[in-house]
Write a protein that binds this ligand. Structure first.
Ligand SMILES: Nc1nc2c(ncn2[C@@H]2O[C@H](COP(=O)(O)OP(=O)(O)OP(=O)(O)O)[C@@H](O)[C@H]2O)c(=O)[nH]1
Ligand SMILES: [Mg+2]
Length: 723
């Protein structure tokens, strides 16, 4: 008997350690960057090198795997985040190639929610560009560890050190370059690995040559940089410091362990370099991703979005209920988050990140948003342009499933016996709206259905009906976002839509409030009456920051004493206030930057109710706002325009005419490298409403030589006429 038990236990232990090792070998990685930095090209090369594809696709030929949507191919940009799986050095890498254009930032947000690590790609000529900074901060907010890849070292004017300096200046105080480029620009042929002090080179078609010694002319430089790397790491890591003090040097193995730890904690950023287009530097990038970025076992457990029960002390944390934690353990109850939904012709695909448990084909899962159970008919691993079916997936994995019909982005799918709800990714508030209607009246219903399907896939798209005109409206994050949506409907549903002129989402900010505002709600019509008496102080908060949402837009407090207003009525008052803030007195726009304090109130023994207090708060605050002073706000964007020097004057004039505030003008580099165009850069804050059609205008005014990028910069006071 005893022997049997021992055997069983050790077999189980062996199985457990195998599963553990399998999860430790998973990397869920995102590729993040400014538009055009080369994310899709890097992804393409990774798929090629890992044997997932057999040819190298190019963005400009429309032949890449991850930019598979016809619009992505036509426009040459990534629009939808694509998830693909591949294998490298005994590890499974689930890779998400994200879009760089700001209008699709919500795709990045949703991806970041399920990633454990990221590769931030930079253009070796441009360095840190505005949208790289935005996605970097986004990743920081999600606590996603990053390594950096300085791409395009083959370009004229490319320079690793300048790019590293711009990372240091704009993103992180401690970028640690672990490579030294061999050759520059056209003659960039390889890198020196500063850890192992070996040279990695690639031949003309991008095939890796055998590893060799550091070229003689770079030996001193490599030694100096290795020394600097040891010092920088020793400063941050106790083991490395000890080794450095004892032996005067730090071994490659200690450096690697320290770099992994520093990446995980975010104390330093490992920087690699290469040229994705020329197939150089991708193998070491993969090695670094595997070595330094976390596995699902290294990230904190997920937590239920619902508050912990007050009596839950000592309860089994995995036994259902609320306030639970789930770890990347295949034995725990299934816990998965849907982060992407695609209404593909082959059926609806739901992409899942599994946080705990094991998902088996044919399993019944609970959708905690709808409370319905659904069956997972098939589990797919997305390998580039094809899928492979699998019969199960484990904690830590990213897979797509077919079967669930109601799951949306942000839905938790879990074990029906152990319900849990995870925090859904927060969707950005739309800032641009257009009216849409079908070109042919007969297509009206078809258009509505197609748009509704799109909004299901992309929660940052909103559909509504204008209460005044009765027109259907579509709102999103920018002009391009809406243009792509309408075009997708045309291509996929075959419905031609016409859109009106775009408008921006305005807000109303409180400038000066009222104190001691008394509102009495008393209604007596036959049966039970309604009675609520409130005294409100309404004050402005420091100006709301808009889309970044860092500051609260509405703060509520109660200073009522002596139980004059029972607690549940106070909550009803807060809810009523929120309702009132949805439509401001200036033009029915959402009101922001408001602090409301309930200072006093009174109830009626029979006629008071939560409903009465809620209604009183809604009507009362609405009236208080009419007695206050408000100011109209409009969304503004930070615009970076890059233009040839000779067009600078025209561009500045045009920006001024668009109510732009010029923040900086950087003249063309006096020593522009040979072959690189001398271009100046302008940074300006411009109202979003003035940027419609700017792409075409800029192209026209600069004969196609100007480019610009924008990123949301919150809200700013708008001219009164905008209401
Ligand atoms: N010279 C050079 N060009 C590159 C390199 N990598 C990418 N490119 C080119 O840069 C352009 C943009 O590359 P993409 O891979 O589409 O960039 P992206 O970051 O995916 O862009 P978005 O998805 O639109 O944000 C394409 O024309 C690429 O061929 C490189 O290493 N060197
Ligand atoms: Mg791309």
């Amino acid at each position: 008997m005893r022997t049997d038990t021992t055997t069983v236990t050790s077999t189980t232990a062996a199985a457990t350690s195998t599963t553990h090792a399998a999860i430790a070998a998973v990397r869920n990685l995102g590729i993040l960057a400014h538009v055009d930095a080369g994310k899709t090209t890097v992804t393409e090369r990774i798929l090629y090198l890992t044997g997932t594809t057999h040819k190298r696709g190019e963005v400009h030929d429309g032949t890449t795997v991850t930019d598979f949507d016809p619009q992505e191919r036509d426009r040459g940009i990534t629009i939808f985040a694509a998830a693909v799986s591949c294998a490298w050095a005994g590890h499974r890498i689930n890779l998400i190639d994200t879009p760089g254009h700001v209008d699709f930032a919500d795709e990045v947000e949703r991806s970041l929610r399920v990633l454990d690590g990221a590769v931030a790609v930079f253009d070796a000529v441009a360095g840190v560009e505005p949208q790289s900074e935005s996605v970097w901060r986004q990743a920081e907010r999600h606590g996603v560890p990053r390594i950096a890849f300085v791409n395009k070292l083959d370009r004229a004017g490319a320079d690793l050190d300048t790019a590293v300096a711009s990372i240091r200046e704009r993103l992180h105080p401690r970028p640690l370059a672990v490579q030294l480029p061999i050759g520059t620009e056209e003659s960039f042929t390889g890198v020196v690995d500063l850890l192992r002090l070996r040279a990695l080179t690639w031949d003309g078609d991008g095939t890796a040559a055998a590893e060799g010694p550091v070229p003689a002319h770079l030996a001193d430089e490599a030694a100096t940089r290795r020394r600097a790397l040891e010092e920088a790491v020793a400063e941050l890591n106790p083991e490395a410091l000890e080794e450095f003090c004892t032996h005067g040097t730090v071994t490659a193995a200690t450096l690697a362990t320290a770099l992994r730890e520093l990446t995980r904690t975010g104390e330093a950023v490992v920087v690699l370099c290469g040229s994705a287009y020329r197939n150089r530097g991708i193998e070491p990038l993969l090695d670094a991703a595997v070595a330094y970025l976390p596995s699902p076992l290294d990230v904190p457990p997920v937590r239920s979005a619902d508050p912990a029960p007050s009596t839950g002390a000592g309860a089994d944390p995995a036994a259902g209920g609320t306030g639970q934690l789930r770890t990347a353990d295949p034995e725990q109850p299934l816990t998965a988050l849907a982060f992407k939904v695609v209404a593909a012709p082959t059926g609806r695909l739901t992409y899942l990140r599994l946080y705990a448990g094991t998902l088996h084909k044919g399993a019944t899962v609970l959708d905690t948003t709808t409370g319905r159970t659904e069956r997972v008919a098939r589990i797919l691993r997305v390998m580039a342009d094809r899928h492979t079916e699998t019969d199960h997936a484990r904690a830590g994995d990213i897979v797509a499933v077919i079967g669930p019909k109601t799951a949306r982005v942000g839905t938790t799918l879990c074990d029906p016996d152990h319900p849990i709800r995870l925090e859904a990714p927060v969707s950005a508030e739309p800032v641009v709206t257009v009216a849409v209607e079908a070109r042919r009246a007969a297509d009206t219903d078809k258009l509505a259905a197609a748009l509704a399907r799109l909004a299901e896939e992309d929660p940052s798209l909103r559909l509504a009906t204008d209460p005044e005109t009765g027109q259907r409206t579509l709102s999103g994050l920018g002009e391009l976002h809406l243009e792509v949506a309408v075009e997708k409907v045309r291509r996929e549903a075959g419905v031609e839509a016409v859109t009106g002129a775009p408008t921006v989402a305005l807000r109303e900010a409180l400038v000066e409030g009222v104190t001691g505002f008394v509102y009495r709600h008393a209604k007596q019509d036959g049966g039970a009456g309604q009675f609520a008496h409130l005294v409100l102080d309404v004050r402005p908060l420091p100006q709301g920051t808009g889309r970044e949402g860092a500051e609260p837009d509405f703060v509520f407090a109660s200073t009522v004493t002596g139980g004059r207003v029972p607690r549940e009525y106070v909550q009803a008052v807060e809810a009523g206030c929120r309702e009132a803030l949805a439509e401001g007195p200036l033009g029915g726009h959402p009101v922001t930057g408001v602090a409301v304090t309930l200072t006093d109130g009174a109830t009626h023994p029979k006629d008071s109710s939560e409903l009465a207090f809620r209604t009183a708060a809604r009507l009362g605050l609405r009236e208080a706002l009419r007695a206050s002073r408000l100011r109209l706000l409009e969304p503004v964007a930070e615009v970076t325009v890059t233009v040839p020097e000779d067009a600078l004057g025209t561009v500045l004039g045009d920006l001024a005419a668009r109510r732009g505030h010029i923040q900086a003008t950087t003249p063309a580099r006096a020593t522009a490298p040979a072959g690189a165009p001398a271009s100046a850069q302008v940074n300006a804050l411009v109202p979003l409403a003035e940027l419609f059609g700017y792409a075409t205008r800029l192209r026209g005014r600069t004969q196609g030589r100007g480019t610009f990028t924008t990123r949301p910069a919150g809200y700013a006071p708008a001219p009164a006429a905008a209401a």
